[in-house]
Design a protein around this ligand. Sequence first.
Ligand SMILES: NC(=O)c1ccc[n+]([C@@H]2O[C@H](COP(=O)([O-])OP(=O)(O)OC[C@H]3O[C@@H](n4cnc5c(N)ncnc54)[C@H](OP(=O)(O)O)[C@@H]3O)[C@@H](O)[C@H]2O)c1
Length: 291
Amino acid sequence: MGYAMAERLAKGGCDLAVWNRTKEKAEPLAKYGAKVVNQLEELSTRDILFVMVSTYEDVKEVIGKALAGRGKPKMVVECSSISLDGSAELRTILKEKGVEYLAAPVSGNAKVIKAGKLTFVVSGPKPAYEAARPYLDMMGTGSSYVGEGELARIAKICHNVMLGVVIQNLCEITILAQKAGMPRHAFLDFLNKSVMGSMFTRYKTPTLVNLDFHVTFTPKLLRKDLDLGLDAGREFEVPMPLTSLTRDLLQQMIGRGMTEQDFSTLLLVQAQASGLELKPENVPVGDGLST
Ligand SMILES: NC(=O)c1ccc[n+]([C@@H]2O[C@H](COP(=O)([O-])OP(=O)(O)OC[C@H]3O[C@@H](n4cnc5c(N)ncnc54)[C@H](OP(=O)(O)O)[C@@H]3O)[C@@H](O)[C@H]2O)c1
């Protein structure tokens, strides 16, 4: 995710410096004009520090190191999917250091970013949002400002709870349609043209039809988001029965060691549970992203 976001900023002509723990992964960004640095501390003098890692623990670690440099950025824009509590703790840490902070989680995978369709949901001080907005726009189709504090985190958690529940349901109905006798591509063609079709169902269709489970989002990262959703449900006293069930189904998949491929391998679990042996259909289907 971080790579694809940085690529858009670099191609947009930003004065960009990039750090990634595994430096080789960031190195190709140099051809678009980005400076790939060796030490996180080297980012401390930049105006805006965008962060895209995995969990809150990782966020805390990288921001701690970045702020140990000789300068301090005017603003941190934190884009990973993290908890409300983590985000609030980070706000306190950054406030003490006099650094502005926007919570700015995203919707879309790396392919979506490449297609220019990434979206952000943002919370924090409005003037900071206005200052960061041109760069957010450069990375996708825009941002939604939802208010002060950590509100963007809850919006993102809600979004990813929907992602988990929808992919599970999409796998269930695709297997049902196939077991009843129709090819997956034919069923999904109908679904995608219908009012129930979405950018998501369309861009997952090639995977579900041709079974290329090259990872876009890991099962463990999805489990993290469902757990964040369930935690939020407890905090705000909101029952989340579909989220609980989906989390357990995902856990069964992770427990079987299915952790390295895409989260949509839920399709394979559903097929096994239905006594169906899946084969790629080898039918060219569009992902709805490329025009
Ligand atoms: N993939 C999606 O579709 C998607 C969509 C929306 C939001 N998100 C969220 O975006 C975030 C990133 O997701 P992703 O799919 O890009 O994950 P990913 O492919 O697993 O990449 C994680 C990145 O974080 C770095 N990282 C992790 N822990 C670190 C640490 N302790 N110190 C330094 N660097 C660390 C990794 O560095 P290395 O390269 O060295 O491993 C890598 O660059 C997550 O919070 C995820 O929930 C993902």
